[in-house]
Design a protein around this ligand. Structure first.
Ligand SMILES: O=C(O)CCC(=O)C(=O)O
Ligand SMILES: [Fe+2]
Length: 200
């Protein structure tokens, strides 16, 4: 608990930040989530600020962050190529940009119909690469505003488009409005990697 308190902050510009949805007196509606967010690119600039415990956290998360980044660069190449602006168009911006990771934990909820893990939102990123321990993510159908559960496929990562890419592509790639539903049985963990061409 003390280790968590060390990182606890409502300041969104902190490079490492632990939070719950219980921001006394700030949020009017509260959500059933605790999270750790940290910067991950360039890794060497940030890894020393990450939690020291568990003992292998920095090593394992650092490896995951590096691997996700490789995938992100491949996706970026494919996306810019598909937009007709060439495979290297965003290379420099990607190098200068950020990778922010959110490790989300949604405890089992006794009354899931009364709460959400995360409210409807789109991500402030080019795109987001998500690893999830169980189902819970829902995506809004742009045609009729209904919610569709995203199936959890074993060993699969979910990629969704964020606000920056929607703007960059003049709306050819559409940002995804999503939310997180809860369940009574088990805690759900997700790791979202926000890939950004901009610095916050
Ligand atoms: O937990 C999830 O599946 C989604 C997390 C998410 O949308 C976010 O951190 O922005
Ligand atoms: Fe999100």
């Amino acid at each position: 608990m003390e280790k968590k308190l060390e990182f606890m902050s409502n300041d969104v510009h902190k490079p490492v930040r632990y939070g719950t949805s219980l921001k006394d007196g700030i949020d009017k509606v509260q959500f059933w989530r605790i999270f750790l967010k940290h910067y991950a690119h360039p890794l060497k600039d940030w890894v020393e600020l990450w939690p020291k415990s568990p003992a292998n956290y920095r090593e394992n998360m650092g490896k995951y962050a590096t691997d996700v980044r490789k995938l992100a660069l491949e996706l970026t190449t494919a996306i810019t190529e598909s937009l007709g602006i060439g495979p290297t168009y965003l290379n420099n911006k990607m190098e200068e940009g950020m990778q922010v990771m959110a490790i989300n934990c949604y405890p089992a909820c006794p009354k899931p119909e009364l709460a959400l893990g995360l409210p409807p939102h789109s991500d402030y990123s080019c795109f987001t690469i998500l690893l999830q321990s169980s189902q819970g993510l829902e995506i809004m159908d742009r045609n009729d505003g209904t919610w569709r559960a995203v199936l959890k496929l074993d060993s699969a990562l979910q990629v969704h488009v964020g606000d920056h890419l929607e703007v960059l592509s003049n709306g050819l790639y559409k940002g995804v409005v999503h939310r997180v539903a809860l369940n009574t049985e088990r805690t759900r963990i997700s790791i979202a990697s926000f890939i950004q061409t901009l610095k916050i």
